[in-house]
Design a protein around this ligand. Structure first.
Ligand code: ATP
Length: 333
């Protein structure tokens, strides 16, 4: 641990939700995961993950989804902090506080985002400033979507979604998310996908040329047409009312609509902010969606927003240039 560790009292990382613009699901692998070819986009719905030294390990969840998230050792943020401590040989308990705005069990990778935030924040709190590649390795151990929550932007994922390559695309896209009132468990949706496809030969997944062309040109209309998700039939089979949500969105000006990840959130792409307001009103007024969120993408991945140093602290920079995203602002308490 570097000497900077003693100077920091509290670090907050901000982490984005994701939508899969394309999710191609291949055959199951021997380890139980599926071969995936996916294109992720980070969108501007965020959780803030704050860590501070404490007597004992602990976690507090704030916000409207707090009751849906375990406040114990099983929380992905806690598992991430513990993993980093173990790997770095650190025995300094922290209290984690998550201000949660990413819907839970919604196919938006909120738990993965919190894990990425805890990794980044603890890494800074403990003065490790690990190379980006080391944090990415830990992220992949924690879950398939965690590396992307660190990276952000728009990226292609292969393997089980954890092997990433950034997509150099153009454009800023406006999204409307129709949230479900009952979550869908990711393993259940994959099991339903396997059931629906049983007896059929499932090819190895490959990204589509249409998606890459749309992203390169920044053409929202083409992107709307190229959205696709192999888990969508399974999510619709488990929650048939999602058909109506999709229909309502498409009838009210969306350029494209798709089940987000394993659902039940439906992500609608629209042309601009005004359309996003119109669609949000249409979805809620029609009763198709109990609640709606709007966001733009792509946005950056996990990054530090505040790092507060103690009375003795003289810590005034983002730390050594390790290639990962340092604090946007450091202040003394
Ligand atoms: P994904 O798209 O990565 O499959 P998801 O967005 O559908 O995931 P999450 O919001 O990550 O789902 O939550 C899945 C489950 O993980 C929840 O039901 C919750 O019990 C558990 N969980 C553990 N830690 C967290 C966390 N920090 N935030 C949200 N859920 C968590």
């Amino acid at each position: 641990m570097s000497s900077a560790a003693a100077a920091l009292q509290c670090v907050t990382a901000r982490v984005p939700a994701k939508v899969n613009l394309e999710l191609m699901v291949g055959p199951p692998r021997p380890d139980g995961f599926h071969h995936l070819a996916t294109v992720f986009q980070a969108v501007g719905l965020h959780d803030d993950v704050r860590v501070e030294p404490a007597e004992d390990w602990g976690i507090t969840i704030n916000g409207p989804y707090a009751d849906l998230v375990p406040a114990d050792e099983t929380n992905l943020a806690m598992r991430a902090a513990r993993l980093l401590a173990r790997k770095a040989g650190i025995d300094l308990p922290v209290h984690i506080t998550i201000d949660k705005d990413i819907p839970v069990a919604a196919g938006m990778a909120g738990g993965s985002a919190d894990a990425a935030g805890a990794l980044l924040a603890c890494d800074a709190l403990w003065g490790e400033w690990s190379p980006k590649a080391d944090l990415e390795d830990l992220a992949a151990e924690l879950g398939s979507d965690v590396p992307f929550a660190l990276m952000g932007g728009t990226a292609m994922g292969s393997g089980r979604g954890d092997q990433l390559a950034p997509v150099l695309g153009r454009g800023r896209y406006t999204w409307v998310f129709a949230l479900g009132d009952v979550g869908l468990s990711t393993p259940t949706v994959y099991a339903e996908c396997d059931r629906l496809r049983s007896g059929r030969r499932v090819p190895q997944p490959t990204p589509s040329a249409a998606m890459m062309t749309a992203l390169r040109s920044g053409d929202a209309v083409a992107l709307g047409r190229a959205l696709s998700n192999d888990l969508q039939p399974a999510a619709l089979s488990l929650q048939p009312r999602l058909e109506e949500v999709l229909r309502t969105g498409m009838d009210n000006g969306a350029l494209g609509g798709i089940v987000s990840g394993s659902g039940p959130t439906i992500a609608f792409l629209v042309s601009d902010t005004e359309r996003s307001l119109d669609l949000a009103v249409a979805l809620t007024a029609s009763g198709a969606a109990p609640s709606v969120k709007r966001a733009v993408g792509p946005v950056r991945g996990a990054h530090i927003v505040t790092a507060v140093s103690g009375p003795r602290g003289s810590f005034g920079s983002a730390g050594p240039d390790t290639g990962h995203t340092g604090p946007a602002g450091l202040r003394s308490s």
